[in-house]
Write a protein that binds this ligand. Structure first.
Ligand SMILES: Cc1ncc(COP(=O)(O)O)c(C=O)c1O
Length: 450
């Protein structure tokens, strides 16, 4: 029996017996069996439909089963499925050209990987070799992947079980106006103080030892933290002052998610390296990479770059990136993302905040938004504690269950609901999803203790 002939009802039994899932206690999960998907919807084998307010893992930017993207993959599969990375290939060359042309500054070469973690791993390898220094600075509130090095770059608690690991990674606090580590009361103050803190970290670590500052242009899973005015410009200036490589991790925030090709374009700052994955081809095939500035590419002109992957620049994955970028242009998808954020999601979430006491803060850009839930607006005590598990996390699990019961698939993290549907979602669908959030937030309000 081939995979396609397998009875759908076998999928769950075989999953439970043989599939070892990410980030899970294997006996504690009960996945739904997804039978199909289209646009901003997917459905299970009983035909129950879900409006995808998560874009799966915030990667299906173009929506599910875009017919032109599916056709491009089929066409490339019929032409050439695979070829070793040391050959040149038209799909790979075109993908690299299209990505480089959209990247800011003088970033114009692309090293392809299979996903985001391999992108951050290779970006820090490039930065270390380019500078001859070893330390890497990353934020506490960050995620950079789950491979050996990337999980140490990661600031959030997913790092803890993998410690100790890669030496030389130092963490710092980034700006977060709603929960300022610097006791600031305005975004301007937050920006200024976060930059002074970073300067202090450079001083005590020895700026001359620091190869790179790696940050998410807009912090994703760890809070949708949109940098306050002047922050990214200030980090760029510090990097220039001390000869440090600035790496923008745009794995989640790139490719239209923040209403620009790259999130950092919102601030007109050019990093030295950009890590991408997810939205580059909406995960139709595994693909990621690093976009490289001319100066860093120059380092490896006559000196070997000591890194590689069998599937670097895989033609099928690259053909899907080419098709996806062209579809984004033809269909004005980035303009639509900007419109959704400005005219629909932003104003609708402000209404939720006005109505529900449990909504402490709403923030975002493009189609990248968070609703931060609190027990008390005055103290800002979160609805559930940092990194809550089990019973302590019950209030969030209750919200998730209520969303799913109403055919909405949410993305939640800690005490937040993220609003991150595909960029192609219609205004009406977005309103439909937010109306469901409006209903379920009554549950969070019931736990309000302010
Ligand atoms: C900002 C960021 N960097 C890196 C990664 C890792 O990407 P991948 O899961 O493709 O390895 C992620 C994944 O969510 C991410 O959000």
């Amino acid at each position: 029996m081939t995979a396609l002939e397998t009875r759908p009802s076998d999928a769950l039994a075989n999953d439970r017996s043989h599939v070892f899932h990410s980030w899970s206690a294997q006996g504690m999960i009960n996945p739904i069996v997804v039978a199909g998907a289209e646009g901003s919807w997917f459905w299970d084998e009983d035909g129950k439909r879900y409006l995808d307010f998560s874009s799966q893992l915030v990667n299906v930017n173009i929506g599910h089963q875009h017919p032109k993207l599916v056709a491009a993959i089929q066409e490339q599969a019929a032409r050439l499925c695979t070829i070793a990375p040391f050959h040149a290939n038209d799909a790979r060359s075109e993908a690299a050209r299209l990505i480089a042309e959209r990247a800011p500054g003088d970033l114009d070469m692309v090293f392809f990987t299979n996903g985001g973690a391999e992108a951050t791993e290779n970006a820090i390898r490039m930065a270390r070799l380019h500078t001859g220094r070893h330390k890497i600075l990353t934020m506490y509130r960050s995620y950079h992947g789950a491979t050996g090095g990337a999980i140490q770059l990661t600031g959030d608690p997913r790092r803890w079980p993998s410690e100790p690991g890669l030496p030389g990674v130092v963490k710092f606090w980034g700006p977060y106006p709603y929960r300022s580590a610097f006791h600031s009361s305005t975004v301007e103050e937050e920006s200024e103080r976060a930059l002074q803190h970073l300067r202090d970290v450079l001083m005590v670590e020895g700026a001359q030892n620091i190869a790179a500052i790696l940050l998410e242009s807009v912090v994703g899973t760890n809070g949708i933290l949109v940098p306050p005015p002047g922050y990214l410009e200030g980090v760029r200036a510090l990097c220039d002052e001390f000869g440090i490589v600035l790496i923008a991790d745009e794995v989640m925030s790139g490719f239209g998610r923040c209403g620009e090709w790259f999130a950092i374009d919102n601030w007109r700052v050019a990093p030295d390296l950009i890590c991408f994955a997810k939205g580059v081809n909406s995960g139709y095939l595994p693909l990621g990479g690093v976009v490289i500035s001319r100066r860093i590419a120059e380092t490896f002109k006559t000196r070997q770059f000591p890194g590689g992957l069998t599937y670097s620049g895989h033609p099928l994955a690259c053909a899907s990136a080419v098709a996806s970028i062209n579809i984004f242009e033809e269909e004005g998808i980035i303009d639509h993302a900007r419109h959704l954020g400005r005219d629909v999601i932003g104003p609708e979430l402000e209404k939720l905040k006005a109505k529900h006491l449990s909504v402490g803060d709403v923030r975002g850009v493009g189609v990248f938004w968070a609703i931060e839930l609190v027990k008390n607006r005055e103290t800002r005590e979160p609805l559930v504690p940092f990194n809550a598990a089990g019973e302590a996390n019950a209030p969030m699990l209750e919200l998730v269950a209520a969303c799913k019961a109403r055919n909405l698939w949410p993305f939640t993290h800690f005490n937040r609901i993220h609003v991150v549907p595909p960029l192609t979602t219609s205004d009406d669908e977005v309103r439909q999803g937010i109306a469901i959030l409006d209903e379920v937030l009554e549950l969070a309000d019931a736990r309000y203790a302010g």
